[in-house]
Design a protein around this ligand. Sequence first.
Ligand SMILES: [Zn+2]
Length: 370
Amino acid sequence: MRMQTAAVAMAALGLIAWVEPKTATPLVAKDAAAEEAKRQMVYVHKTRAKEAQRVQDIAFRIMVANQDLCADRAPRLGMDWDVADSFDAKVRPAAVEAYKIGDGVTVTQVIAGSPAAAAGLQPGDVVVSVNGEAAPTGKRADRKLSKRVDEIKGASTAPLTFVVRRAGQEQTLAVTPVMACAYGVAVADQPELNAYADGKNIHITRPMLRFAASDEELALVIAHEIAHNGQHHIQAKQKNAAVLGVPGLLIDIAAAAGGVNTNGAFAKAGMQYGASRSSAAFEAEADYVGMYYLARAGYPTDGVEDFWRKMAVEEPNAIFIKSTHPATPDRFLAIASADDEIGAKRAKGEPLTPNQKVNEARAAEAGGAK
Ligand SMILES: [Zn+2]
């Protein structure tokens, strides 16, 4: 306040004056800017659809190959649908153009290698009926259809008959669901280089999509996060927090569940939950089980430890500090050793299943009974 008063007084004395740029910058017409705004919004949605497609394609392949290892599984189709009214009025025209959303519930994503892809579904297909039941209409009909399809599927992998409208023609397509880990996958609109799991879903931030430049690297990150959910780490951490008698921790754990991020943002969150004393061990397990997920999905497992050298560049502190996550050198070496273990099992023709801890008490009992 005082500064402003002083400035006004100085301006009055002619000691300071308002300053403008000196060059003649181009004038922008209002309607041209509005048109460009729509083009940019279409570009945003198209780019985000591509990003989501990349993440979903990799995650689905991993979740199908490892459904028997995951704690939660369900029959899945490998497709997504949407309706125009799920978008805010401001961005709706751009979203409708980018996702080719028609009059009704429209297929917006078909995951590569999925049952939906095998059945021939395509983005832009408008769902007319499923197993003879007309597709829901009205507000958020996409959600109603999701609910109804889940009810029809139940736990069965029996084929579903989709009638869709494509370029004015109706097509009848049979989709046979496949069992897969039952976790949602989302690109998180957050500025941090991170990925995390919350027990039900996994989230990959946009900076992580850029950082994990190859699909093999991104698969490593995704497999790690699915392993957190597949091994019920969130549930375990919540139980551990309850054992420690710190109920407030439950929320922190749910919010900050096991990011791939090493010691930056998550170290702060880690401080808040004492239960994180077991966190590094869960991280090590997600790395280890994640390597088996990769191998079983047919992704390369050799050389993927280099990811942790790249991560060290982002966060040099993580080379030395262990907190909620193991230090990057530990992760590098443990992953390389898991790859050796997988290689040895392959050479011997043994099944690719992670080694379990030997239960010492049971081993002693078995020893005594002989
Ligand atoms: Zn993690």
